[in-house]
Ligand binder design. Structure first.
Ligand SMILES: [Ca+2]
Ligand SMILES: [Ca+2]
Ligand SMILES: [Ca+2]
Length: 219
């Protein structure tokens, strides 16, 4: 019984020290159909990130080049409405490109503001000053791959230096993020590990039998 208990402990300890695995995903919206989108929609091929807007409407996928690169996501209209993204699991890094930084409707010093949350807690934020050329040629990012600071939601807005949203349509494209797959092995992996441990025990027992046999022969 003691040996069995120790084996279980060793298995748990081995899993506890294994670092979480992360998977990188980039959403370019090229496979996503154009047109207005419902709150909570996700891009084709990336169901692990769903989009909403602060006002509850105004999301649209379209080819707004050069404010996007091919298809991108816009948050209409020209108001303080902004983009909210929710991840199905925790994420430790994300970046996105933004356009429509239109000089018509922004001021020098206005910024692209990215806020990150874990549950209801603000984890951190980052911003990049708009170059105001109305072209998708800047990006904003947050986090560090494998850095351990995790979040599961973001807010993205065009804002003034005080962080208040300005009246401008956000367009985003090429959203990249690293999603924590899991720090705990999948059931199939558990089964393989258990089988592996059993095989090792069986191999050790067989070796002992073999050694004993040799000893008997020598005697
Ligand atoms: Ca695109
Ligand atoms: Ca806006
Ligand atoms: Ca720009």
């Amino acid at each position: 019984m003691m040996r069995r208990a120790f084996s279980s402990f060793a298995l748990v300890a081995a899993c506890a020290v294994s670092s979480p695995a992360f998977a990188a995903t980039t959403i370019d919206f090229e496979a996503t159909s154009q047109g207005p989108k419902a709150e909570g929609f996700s891009a084709t091929g990336a169901p692990q990130l769903t989009f909403r807007s602060a006002s509850g409407s105004g999301l649209e996928v379209g080819n707004f080049t050069p404010q996007t690169a091919g298809n991108g996501l816009a948050v209409f209209p020209d108001t303080g409405n902004y983009l909210i993204g929710s991840f199905a699991t925790t994420v430790d890094f994300m970046s996105l490109m933004f356009g429509n930084d239109d000089p018509c409707c922004s001021q020098p010093g206005d910024r692209a503001l990215l806020k990150l949350f874990l549950g209801s807690n603000l984890v951190g934020s980052n911003f990049v000053g708009l170059n105001r050329n109305d072209i998708l040629d800047q990006s904003v990012s947050f986090g560090l791959i494998g850095g351990g600071l995790l979040f599961d939601r973001f807010e993205f807005s065009y804002a003034n230096a005080s962080g208040a949203p300005i009246n401008l349509i956000e367009t985003v494209d090429n959203i990249t993020f690293n999603t924590a797959i899991s720090a705990v092995p999948e059931p199939a992996t558990w089964m393989m590990m258990l089988l592996g441990f059993g095989s090792i025990g069986f191999a050790i027992r067989r070796r002992k039998v073999a050694i004993n046999t040799v000893s008997h022969n020598l005697a």
